[in-house]
Design a protein around this ligand. Structure first.
Ligand code: PLP
Ligand code: COI
Length: 355
């Protein structure tokens, strides 16, 4: 980690909203903590990092974010253990991925020290917002957007990097039913699928809404060319257990390289579970559902953690997945959250204490 110390002034709010929030009932992403981190890019450099009270922004209507969607974001969480210590999970991976996304969107990369020290300063200020209620955490949303203005369709000359936080409960509160998509596409070769670009999500809303109207919670995206290969879900990577082997699609320039995904692959290998990172066809999954060899499917992501999939639909038919004892989903969820909440050893060195 970079040792280059930066100065981050903190302006504290005089009116904390923490008393207005019911920490026993935390919808995902609805409430925001008292402060936010903000830093601006002008004249070719990132400058003026500070923690300020959470609040509205003032932007030029011609800011390029509004017209050309030049924005990228990250998703992370802070966890509190029973002794009151605060933890992050693999924060440098998020910092690096933000810059991978930024580069693809012609956004200037944020130096590691601004990301990490800004995040720490914000979490130190808002540490009381990290929930201790079971299954809850402080969801952290770092994001960069084009605040520079002009209608010319070209990269902006000014950007804003911010971090905002939301005390949150589970993203999904039940087993999910997914639709394997065979009309719309989320991404394409040479596109921006591997980036956490805001527009990737906007583009999913309409097809996901159509799926929701039919009773599904999320879409599982397939390759744009043939719709025959499983790629990932709207906000999660996807794992499929056939017999006792855990299979997930390889990442590519169409798929987000999920931090939860790679953590699960590492944990599964350590547990002696057979894992395969390989292309998996829709026909193989449908066939496995018909012949009973499919045992489980689950999604994996920061917000979703490990979310079991109860059924999937494809081409007008729904396939129910069996209830299995000792599921891999439960095991993976336990192992990963035990590390995140400091309830177990961390043999991988993923945990990072926020002091
Ligand atoms: N795929 C997409 C499209 C996502 O939005 C996310 C969420 O961040 C993931 C996968 C999972 O990535 P991670 O585990 O790094 O949160
Ligand atoms: C996350 O898991 O952090 C995500 O970014 C998913 C999000 C779109 C809710």
């Amino acid at each position: 980690m970079s040792n280059n110390q930066i100065t981050i002034p903190v302006e504290k709010t005089a009116n904390s909203r923490i008393g207005d929030v019911d920490f026993n009932d935390l919808p995902f992403g609805k409430h925001h903590s008292d402060h936010m981190f903000i830093c601006t890019y002008e004249n070719g450099q990132w400058d003026n990092p500070k923690v300020v009270p959470y609040g509205n922004l003032e932007l030029d209507p011609a800011a390029k974010i509004f017209h050309y969607g030049q924005s990228v974001f990250e998703g992370m969480k802070a966890y509190k253990d029973i002794s009151g210590k605060s933890w992050l999970f693999r924060p440098l991976d998020n910092q690096k991925r933000l810059n991978i996304s930024a580069k693809r969107l012609a956004i200037p990369e944020v130096p590691e020290e601004i990301f990490i020290q800004g995040l720490i300063a914000l979490l130190q200020t808002d540490k009381d917002w990290i929930p201790t209620t079971s299954g809850s955490s402080l969801y952290i949303r770092p994001f960069i957007f084009a605040s520079g203005s002009g209608f010319h369709a070209s990269p902006a000359d000014a950007y804003t990097f911010m971090i905002a936080c939301s005390p949150s409960g589970p993203y999904f509160t039940q087993k999910i039913k997914v639709l394997i998509e065979n009309t719309y596409s989320r991404s394409a070769n040479g596109g921006v699928g591997y980036a956490k670009a805001g527009g990737n999500y906007a583009g999913q809303f309409y097809p996901t809404q159509l799926a929701m109207d039919k009773g599904y919670h999320q879409v599982i995206w397939t390759d744009d060319n043939t719709h025959e290969y499983i790629e990932e879900a709207g906000a999660m990577n996807v794992f499929i257990r056939i017999h006792d082997t855990l299979i997930t699609s390889p990442v590519s320039d169409r798929i987000l390289d999920g931090i939860t995904r790679k953590s699960i692959l590492a944990i599964a290998k350590k547990e002696g579970i057979a894992v395969e990172e390989r292309k998996i066809t829709v026909s193989e999954v449908v066939e496995a559902a018909k012949n009973g060899s499919i045992k489980e499917m689950f999604g994996a992501g920061t917000a979703a953690v490990v979310s079991p999939i109860g059924a999937f639909g494809h081409d007008g038919t729904d396939y129910q997945l069996p209830e299995v004892e000792d599921s891999y989903a439960d095991l993976m969820k336990k192992r990963i959250t035990d590390i995140q909440y400091n309830r177990s050893e961390d043999p991988f060195g993923w945990r990072f204490e926020v002091k």
